[in-house]
Design a protein around this ligand. Structure first.
Ligand code: ASP
Length: 325
């Protein structure tokens, strides 16, 4: 019989681990409570639980992402065949993407969670953990970078997003769909790994401040101008293919001109950023010519992580976001 696959199970909190208390406050159980009992483990898997954090994902900071990345690296360095991270769903996609930036996945890394807490009817945590363990035990998954396994689907970190606020099937990859699924305790990969690696060429603990500025009808640069001096960089959640109001564009061009990187993403959940379709004030052509960077297919929160961790490791913004559509 082949040796069992040794999988690290790292707990970081979230609904999957919530324990109701009499005071009404929510507490989080640790990794031991999340690991399936021996009789409920999929065949050929040994699970090694470890607590890393116990909190709601809304309370995660960039330092916590660094802590988690170090914990995942340590598991891989210790010779685990795969790693599963359990996490709150609200910012789960950001943690998966931060791991894609920070961790060399020589072994599969899978992030999962639950929409229904353990004490509610039909909790989805145990099924998600089981599917995540099955996926993490398959060496072929390492080439995809960190993935999210949720409701039996496998999503790559770059594309996945929480697309529904309450349903059990909460996650989607709007640009391309899931890359695979878990069926009958079997990982079925349907698409290949992402063509562009997300991992940063070097990493450092987070030490740079980046914020997200939303574009909307009639929004000018007053908000971003008020805080620009405190920031190391700005990400704009632009309209459509990469546009902002003329007034917001003026502020962003000024900030970029002062040497602080400004990165354009789209507030649309799907679709490319343009490069040569619209001209004039606030257009993608103007913003590109003024030296703003563009981050196609990255949501604003993920572009913020890339800029913040990249700048922290002294990687210039034009290397983080190479020119091109
Ligand atoms: N509020 C929770 C969190 O993100 C939601 C969840 O885990 O589903 O920690």
């Amino acid at each position: 019989m082949p040796a069992a696959r040794s999988i690290g199970l790292l707990a970081a909190g979230g609904t999957i681990s919530v324990v109701p208390s009499t005071s009404g406050a929510r507490e989080h159980s640790g990794a031991d409570a999340l690991a399936p009992t021996a009789s409920a483990l999929p065949d050929g898997i040994d699970v090694h639980p470890r607590d890393v954090l116990r909190r709601s994902s809304r309370a995660m900071g960039l330092d916590d992402l660094w802590t988690l990345a170090e914990a995942v690296r340590a598991e891989i360095a210790a010779g685990r065949d795969g790693v599963v991270v359990t996490h709150g769903t609200d910012t789960l996609e950001e943690t998966a993407y931060a791991l894609a930036l920070l961790v060399e996945t020589t072994a599969p890394v899978v992030v999962t969670g639950a929409m229904r807490a353990p004490h509610l009817a039909g909790p989805d945590g145990p099924a998600n953990v089981r599917a995540a363990l099955v996926a993490a035990a398959q060496p072929a998954l390492a080439a995809y970078g960190p993935v999210v396994v949720f409701a039996d689907e496998v999503h790559v970190a770059r594309l996945v997003t929480k697309a529904h606020s309450t349903r059990v099937a909460a996650f989607a990859s709007p640009a391309a769909g899931p890359v695979g699924s878990v069926v009958e305790d079997r990982l079925e990969l349907l698409l290949g790994p992402p063509p562009v690696p997300d991992r940063l060429p070097r990493t450092a603990a987070p030490a740079r401040r980046v914020t997200i500025v939303p574009a909307a009808t009639g929004v000018d640069g007053a908000l971003v101008d008020a805080v620009a001096a405190e920031l190391d960089g700005v990400v704009v959640a632009a309209l459509g293919g990469g546009h902002v109001s003329p007034a917001l564009g003026e502020s962003l061009v000024r900030i970029a001109g002062s040497g602080r990187p400004v990165v354009v993403t789209s507030r649309c959940p799907d679709g490319a950023l343009l490069s040569r379709t619209y001209g004039g004030a606030g257009s993608e052509i103007e913003l590109r010519e003024a030296g703003l960077h563009f981050a196609p297919y990255l949501t604003p929160p993920k572009a913020r992580l890339r800029l913040a961790f990249g700048l922290s490791a002294a990687i210039p913004a034009d290397e983080l976001f190479p020119a091109g559509p």
